[in-house]
Ligand binder design. Structure first.
Ligand code: SAM
Length: 250
């Protein structure tokens, strides 16, 4: 069944109005009509089966049906700190890691980041990324889309965000003594995992030092040098596979 998001669902009202791009999509692209059914979600966890009562491109009015139980959350919350990449790669990374169940994505700029995000464009970019995360949530039946945070400089991000009780790693292709596989074997499953991935030019030694001082463990993903988005997607998949919900068993 198709899935759509609204800001708020007031259960006691028994109905809900959908406007904006979702209303246009329902009526103009999907040509759904009175009587058609879909799943409505509020992005905070509530989900209902709904039936269209009236539909115009400006407003779709629905009647709430039965509430759909929330899927259990993944046992591990994954925060991905990601160096800014070119538009296409960044969009791809947000889509794929969202499908894999990343909880938060925190974009940052570092010494070798070649992409600059002009202040006047930052808000539009953030809106665009959040839309991608929301579409991924619809596609993958997540009831809460991945949160995309505002962009910050590397040092600020590492120092500001403390992530107490989290296992924090920084992916570094030059790391020779610790790899992610051995690290995960040495640790019992954690509830919070923070993974940091660098730009195409990689991290500088100084940045690795700053991150290490802030409690990040530098780890390698083996001898092959992966593109930044490949490294991020692989890392999220590995964590979900080892400690998360890429299975039905707990
Ligand atoms: N400029 C570097 C070079 O050519 O040696 C490669 C940087 S890589 C394209 C981009 C980012 O992906 C890195 O900063 C790192 O975070 C991550 N990465 C890629 N391959 C990795 C590996 N084998 N182990 C750990 N991290 C890796």
């Amino acid at each position: 069944m198709r899935r759509f998001f609204v800001e708020e669902i007031r259960e006691r009202d028994g109905t809900c109005s959908i406007t904006g791009s979702e209303a246009k999509h329902i009526t103009k692209v999907l040509r759904m009509k009175t009587g058609d059914r879909f799943v409505l979600m509020d992005g905070k966890g509530a989900r209902f089966q709904v039936t269209i009562e009236s539909a115009t491109p400006r407003e779709v009015q629905v009647v709430l049906g039965k509430s759909i139980p929330k899927p259990p959350p993944s046992p591990v919350k994954i925060m991905l700190c990601q160096a800014l990449l070119k538009s296409r790669q960044m969009d791809y990374l947000i889509q794929k890691t969202s499908e894999l169940g990343v909880d938060r994505i925190l974009p940052f700029s570092s010494v070798r980041t070649v992409i600059s995000l002009r202040k006047d464009r930052a808000l539009g970019k953030l809106r665009h990324w959040r839309e991608i995360a929301q579409n991924s949530a619809k596609q993958s039946d997540r009831n809460i889309p991945a949160e995309i945070e505002t962009f910050s400089p590397f040092k600020e991000l590492v120092i500001k965000e403390k992530w107490k009780d989290a296992l924090k790693v920084i992916l570094w292709e030059q790391e020779r003594s610790q790899d992610l596989k051995s690290l995960l074997k040495a640790f019992s499953p954690v509830e919070k995992f923070v993974g940091m991935v660098g730009p195409e030019g990689g991290f500088t030694h100084e940045e690795i030092g700053i991150a290490t001082d802030a409690g990040f463990v530098p780890v390698s993903l083996g001898n092959r040098i992966l593109r930044s988005e490949t490294a991020a997607i692989a890392m999220v998949a590995i964590i979900q596979y080892e400690w998360g919900d890429l299975s039905h068993k707990r």
